[in-house]
Write a protein that binds this ligand. Structure first.
Ligand code: CAA
Length: 256
């Protein structure tokens, strides 16, 4: 078992723990992570998921390079599809998943981070898509998600340069949402998770769905999708509670 799970007050922390390989992901750990996230999604007591790496050096140092040494083309298709399946489970989660990037987020580690809905980084974090240094290209969604998050120019620079950038540079180009001192990362990430927990869970899920869909649609189709999702909120208990609470000058109570 390489995923530690801790749930406190509706926040689930999933910690990848394979420190002797800087939390590099092999097929077993990918499957374990996929299952752990699916279990969180179906658990009524969890509202936000935080994904992080064990130790103070790495979030995830990428796909396991020693595993890749033995792959043929068919094996590589399966490995890429498995990693992509996990990143889709993350991205499609109706519950927000925040990557608390506590060190190296390289290759597949960066790809897992960019599948998360938010990335909060510690000041010792480094990001890279170094696959070209290995004679490879990103295989778990980097060529597709990175341009959508940081723009084509920045993504191209990172992917064909293969170089590492630090947390401040990641923040500057929009790869990291926020940067915190290393020993404040989890506390600050939990603080934001608590902010999210004050908001309507179905509204959050619908917002995430519409944001995700924005990539695959024309503006007009995306706007129509938004109208549909927006209008369907009306008449629900959650929306009634949110609107009533504002008018009655009280805190909304969405989760009890
Ligand atoms: N796969 C397997 N093992 C890894 C690994 C990885 N991605 N990254 C680090 N490790 C292992 C090292 O082999 C080493 O193990 P041993 O002690 O058994 O030799 C251990 O972790 C510690 O690593 P280092 O001694 O190298 O630590 P360092 O502090 O000197 O360097 C580092 C840290 C810069 C992150 C360096 O380990 C490194 O460059 N790692 C590889 C990063 C990388 O290229 N990742 C992308 C992989 S390709 C990919 O992910 C494809 C994809 O898109 C899916």
């Amino acid at each position: 078992m390489h995923i530690n799970k801790k749930v406190i007050d509706q926040i689930c922390i999933l910690m990848i723990d394979r420190q002797d390989a800087l939390n590099a992901m092999n097929p077993d750990i990918l499957r374990e992570l996929d299952q752990a996230i699916k279990t969180c999604i179906s658990d009524q007591n969890i509202g936000v998921i935080i994904l992080t790496g064990a130790g103070d050096k790495a979030f995830i140092a990428g796909a396991d390079i020693k595993v890749m040494q033995d792959l043929d083309v068919k094996g590589a298709v399966n490995f890429a599809k498995l990693g992509q399946e996990v990143t889709m489970t993350i991205e499609d989660s109706p519950k927000p998943i925040i990557a608390a990037v506590n060190g190296f987020a390289l290759g597949g580690g960066c790809e897992i981070a960019i599948a998360c809905h938010l990335r909060f980084a510690s000041d010792n974090a480094f990001f890279a898509q170094p696959e070209v240094k290995l004679g490879l290209i990103p295989g778990w969604g980097g060529t597709q998600r990175l341009p959508r998050i940081i723009g084509k120019g920045n993504a191209t620079e990172l992917i064909i340069g293969g170089h590492m950038i630090n947390a401040q540079e990641a923040f500057r180009i929009g790869l990291a949402n926020k940067v915190f001192e290393q020993d404040k990362l989890m506390e600050e990430t939990k603080n934001f998770a608590n902010t999210i927990l004050g908001n309507g869970p179905d509204s959050i899920a619908e917002s995430l769905r519409c944001i995700n869909e924005s990539a695959g649609h024309s503006l007009i189709d995306g706007l129509n999708l938004e109208v549909e999702a927006f209008s369907k909120r009306f008449g629900t208990d959650e929306t009634n509670e949110g609107l009533d609470a504002f008018v009655e000058k009280r805190e909304a109570n969405f989760r009890n």
